[in-house]
Design a protein around this ligand. Structure first.
Ligand code: HEM
Length: 415
């Protein structure tokens, strides 16, 4: 037995026998551990101190019944976890507090995540991990509170499993799943940060163009006679950039990928059997950048594709799937004959605005025409199977498209 464990066992035995000093010593020795577990699980919520106190009272009260003093730590962790779960249950049953009470419930100064970040001087990735914990649900937070201490060497895996009330193998699976969800939380944190930086950038752009208008999209928007606030302009610029940038880049990228990987596609373009415009329209049928983009809310109860949809439900429309609907395609590839009736730009009042579609079309067509003209021997630099798709259910494109080509001298007017 480790000397710390021996010391704890001796203290527990003395405390059980009624030694007041030993009881005080036990509380002093284990208070930080309990505070850490509860504080992390509740993210420093104002209830933390109550639960820590309640845990210590239960521990001291239950000591006479503890049969194996060597298991004191696991037993203590399990009591702390029960306290946390009890509080979560009570909170779920409690009526939702009014705004006036909300301030009392979460003590911002006691926010454990921020405190941890500050105290440990976390930066970069480690800071993101700490913030990502806010995106975990209660079960995962409870587990994380223990796992964090396991990682710091303060708890063993057996103690963690006991705290959760599950066998160690089960605990291993739960830790693995929790880590995966934590990874997702990190992605959310990074996306939210990026969104904030993006908003700040657009707000600066609007302020700059207000002060010194030029011949650009923002200045033209600002010159529009209807009164819009600068915040509305900044949000509009964000919407246009988000809606236009990656969609167009993916359209161009997917067209190039097909050109470089599918002989039939490349031959029909290079051989002039169809125009670049026809070929890129086919991409919108076969490999549209917009797989799922349009979010809609049902205004009334209805049935769609055999599913019951209630008023207020949110629907994500699978535009890419609709384009390859076997009822339309009837098994044939390219059965649409280059028609523009695909749903890649969505449909109806909120579809991609027609002028935007036209701009995208010009960018993609020009990009491909110039590329084919300047770099006729362009080829994929990696096997097609090694291309990596961006992990997104919404926009379809590859993370990169490595190519090889012979550099050529540019001709034309470079002045
Ligand atoms: C220069 C390029 C583009 C611009 C400026 C642009 C602009 C926009 C704007 C302003 C919206 C409305 C966003 C909103 O109100 O939330 C929109 C929606 C949309 N755009 Fe585009 N877009 C471009 C390229 C594309 C491309 C290449 C595609 C697909 C091939 C596309 C597909 C869509 C779709 C599916 C929507 C959603 C419509 C809906 O909610 O039903 N856009 N676009």
């Amino acid at each position: 037995m480790h000397s710390d464990e021996r010391r704890t066992t001796a203290l527990v035995e003395a405390a059980k026998a009624g030694d007041v000093h030993a009881r005080d010593e036990l509380v002093r020795a284990f208070l930080p551990l309990v505070h850490n577990i509860v504080g992390r699980a509740l993210d420093g919520h104002a209830d933390t101190d109550d639960i820590v106190q309640e845990t210590m009272v239960r521990v001291l009260g239950g000591l006479p019944g503890l049969r194996d003093p060597a298991r004191f730590r696991s037993w203590l962790v399990a009591i702390a976890m029960n306290g946390i779960r009890r509080r979560w249950r009570e909170r779920r049953q409690a009526p939702v507090p009014g705004l006036d009470r909300a301030a009392d419930l979460a003590d911002p100064a006691g926010d454990f995540t921020e405190l941890t970040i500050l105290r440990l001087g976390l930066s970069g990735q480690r800071r993101d991990v700490a913030r990502a914990t806010r995106w975990l649900d209660e079960d995962d937070r409870e587990l994380l509170a223990l796992w964090w201490l396991e990682a710091a060497g303060e708890l063993t895996r057996a103690e963690l499993a006991e705290g959760l009330g599950v066998p160690p193998q089960h605990a291993a699976v739960r830790v693995q799943r929790m880590k995966e969800r934590l990874e997702t939380g990190r992605a959310v944190v990074r996306a939210l940060d990026a969104h904030q930086r993006f908003g700040a950038h657009m707000a600066r752009l609007v302020a700059d163009r207000r002060a010194a208008p030029g011949d650009d999209v923002t200045s033209r928007m600002l010159a529009f006679p209807e009164p819009f606030t600068d915040e509305e302009y900044a949000l509009d610029l964000m919407a246009v950039t988000a809606a236009g940038h990656l969609t167009t880049a993916d359209w161009l990228g997917n067209s190039l990928r097909l050109m470089l990987t599918e002989d039939a596609f490349a031959d029909s373009m290079a051989g002039g059997r169809r125009s670049v415009s026809e070929a890129t329209t086919e991409v919108l049928w076969e490999d549209a950048p917009t797989q799922i983009l349009a979010g809609r809310w049902a205004v009334r109860d209805t049935r769609l594709g055999g599913q019951h949809i209630r008023a207020g439900d949110m629907l994500l429309l699978g535009l890419g799937a609709a384009n390859t609907d076997p009822l339309i395609r009837q098994g044939a590839r390219n059965a649409h004959g280059g028609s523009g009736a695909h749903l890649a730009f969505s449909h109806g009042e909120y579809r991609c605005p027609f002028p935007a579609q036209e701009i995208a079309e010009i960018i993609v067509r020009t990009g491909i025409e110039v590329l084919l003209d300047r770099l006729p021997d362009l080829e994929l630099a990696v096997p097609a199977g090694e291309l990596v798709r961006r992990p997104s259910a919404f926009l379809r494109g590859t993370t990169s498209l490595p190519v090889r080509f012979t550099p050529v001298r540019t001709t034309g007017d470079l002045s």
